[in-house]
Design a protein around this ligand. Structure first.
Ligand SMILES: [Zn+2]
Length: 301
């Protein structure tokens, strides 16, 4: 290879690498900064969050086509119709939860004030987000050991591919159970509804990147955030192989509580859930499946 060709190749490789590393901080960091910064300035969450989340989704969809992690995951696997339903239903549940939280907060006894309202809004947001995410971590972790929770969670592990819509592929009951611990704690200590709303928007944007079929690299951010490089290991085909990397937003919980999957290299693109071969493909069937599971399988785990 000529010296000039080699140097052009080296520059192109370096630019590719830089672009791969910019995806997560730009999409998640940029999206969250837009939402939180606007709400901190008094803009309504309802005015800013939906367009920002939509913009992030559009960027992710385009990047999946331009820079896929696995080309085979670009093709539908009989999952698109169900995933659209999951996306719609779970976003509706989370927005309804924000409205319900606001109403519950107004009905709360205001004499018990623990929340640091005097902090700058971004600091309040980070505190609230940490509490929400800790709740998500523990419910997810328990969902891999408590049989009835696993039955509600298993449909998340069913697809033979990992792509942006998988983040919302959850039983609506499991969605409610996952969010409840964080919301109850925040309500008890009097966190403002905007903190909860911005926390949910952050999780929504992050989940798209956590499941995105994009060959992005997070680098050192993997030590803090549960990015796709870590989460793909959580989608391997055998139940025994997916007992770890439970973090929804933060990977620090896995490090702190000893549940990090210490896998090297890129996760194989051969994902799904071999141990649950009867998972239905349709949304309604997936919602009925946990309650129809044969009793003979109860003792499996
Ligand atoms: Zn899981």
């Amino acid at each position: 290879m000529q010296a000039a060709t080699r140097s052009r190749f080296a520059v192109a490789t370096a630019l590719h690498s830089l672009a791969d590393r910019a995806v997560y901080p730009l999409v998640v960091g940029g999206g969250v900064a837009l939402v939180v910064g606007s709400v901190a300035e008094g803009v309504s969450y309802w005015a800013v969050a939906p367009p920002v989340v939509l913009l992030c989704a559009a960027i992710v969809v385009v990047l999946e086509r331009c820079r896929p992690y696995a080309a085979a995951w670009l093709e539908p696997h009989g999952d698109v119709a169900a995933d659209r339903m999951h996306l719609t239903a779970n976003l509706a549940v989370s927005q309804l939860a924000i409205l319900t939280y606001g109403a519950a907060l107004r009905a709360r006894d205001s004499t018990m004030q623990v929340w640091p309202h005097e902090w700058p809004f971004p600091a309040q947001f980070l505190l609230g987000l940490g509490i929400i995410d800790l709740g998500l971590y523990w419910v997810h972790r328990l969902s891999h050991s408590v049989p009835w929770l696993w039955r509600l969670h298993a449909i998340h592990h069913g697809p033979r591919r990992v792509y942006w819509m998988n983040g919302q592929r959850r039983h609506v009951l499991h969605e409610a159970i996952e969010g409840a611990p964080g919301l109850v704690v925040l309500w008890l200590i009097g966190a403002p509804v905007d903190v909860v709303a911005c926390g949910f928007a952050t999780i929504t944007i992050h989940l798209m990147l956590q499941h995105a079929n994009i060959a992005y690299r997070a680098g050192i951010l993997r030590r803090v955030f549960s990015v796709a490089e870590l989460h793909r290991w959580h989608h391997q085909r055998l139940y025994a192989d997916v007992q770890g990397n439970y973090g929804a937003l933060l990977s620090v919980w896995d490090a702190l509580f000893g549940t990090t999957l210490h896998k090297l290299g890129d996760a194989p693109p051969d994902v799904g859930m071999d141990d649950e071969p009867d998972l239905p493909l349709d949304w309604l069937g997936q919602h009925l499946w946990p309650f129809r599971r044969p009793a003979a399988r109860e003792g499996d785990r």
